[in-house]
Design a protein around this ligand. Sequence first.
Ligand code: NAP
Length: 288
Amino acid sequence: MLKIALAGSTGMLGIDVGAVLKGANFQVRNFNSKNMDITVASQVETGIKAFNPDYIINCAAYTRVDLAETEKVKTDAVNNTGAKNLAEAAISTGSRLIHISTDYVFDGKKKTPYTEDDEKNPLNEYGLSKLKGEEAIKNSGASYLIIRTGGLYGKNGNNFVNTILKLADSRKKIEVVNDQFITPTYTKDLAYALSEIIMKDNSKNETYHLTNGGHTSWYEFAIEIIKVFKRTNTEIIPISSDKLNRPAKRPHNSILDNSKIKEDFSISLRHWKDALKKYCNDIGYFIR
Ligand SMILES: NC(=O)c1ccc[n+]([C@@H]2O[C@H](COP(=O)([O-])OP(=O)(O)OC[C@H]3O[C@@H](n4cnc5c(N)ncnc54)[C@H](OP(=O)(O)O)[C@@H]3O)[C@@H](O)[C@H]2O)c1
């Protein structure tokens, strides 16, 4: 039975990854900031050595994109140093590291979906720290896979879908940006894909993009959420991102090209609209 050390086991993606891997009969050990702070090399070394896993999956990250602009040191410690510490532990135990990264390593100026080797130019501190984490892993000599994803939502975290649903309970109108394009991605779909990647793994060091299929704007996504979850009394109003004036800049185009993982692993996730319907079925909100 393959042994998997799961860093970030309490996070939105980590909870689904843990459940899916356990269901697929992997032996999973959960790690979070309480039992293994990834910013502290000695804790990572001790925690990983004690389990001696075949794989380390890193779902741990500092993910508060706006706060990261002022919490630069903490953001870098978790997303850059933390990734490096896990890579070093992977070397000492001979484990393979699967690291989750983000569309925010790109600046969004490209007119078509981003491929893995497109130029990186993060617009914010979060994206910069995640890019540094990727580079630390690549330069470490560890065996690795880096999976970049984007627009995550799932049952166990703060995310766009849950925010729209909460707002729809109290507001007649919600303003949403219509000039940022993404592919919403259901954490459960990504979790099943990670399990499949492990089963088909070829031990090569590679970076892949992996999101649900298709793409949309946050505005169109909000309209679909209102429709699928039957909250149609609330109106979604399009606005430009300049109007929001958030501390961290976001890329206008965050769409990732998933063809490489389809070619190498025969993995492609369902269309984002189908994934949203599945999420609705899974959490049962449509019953209200
Ligand atoms: N959310 C998105 O839309 C999105 C988009 C693209 C990529 N991603 C990437 O996907 C991955 C998962 O994101 P998520 O949204 O599931 O994150 P999340 O819900 O914010 O969870 C973060 C996890 O990281 C752990 N963590 C934070 N600091 C830590 C530390 N110092 N030591 C050990 N563990 C620590 C947390 O543990 P505690 O509970 O103990 O604090 C938690 O389990 C991340 O790599 C993120 O960059 C996310």
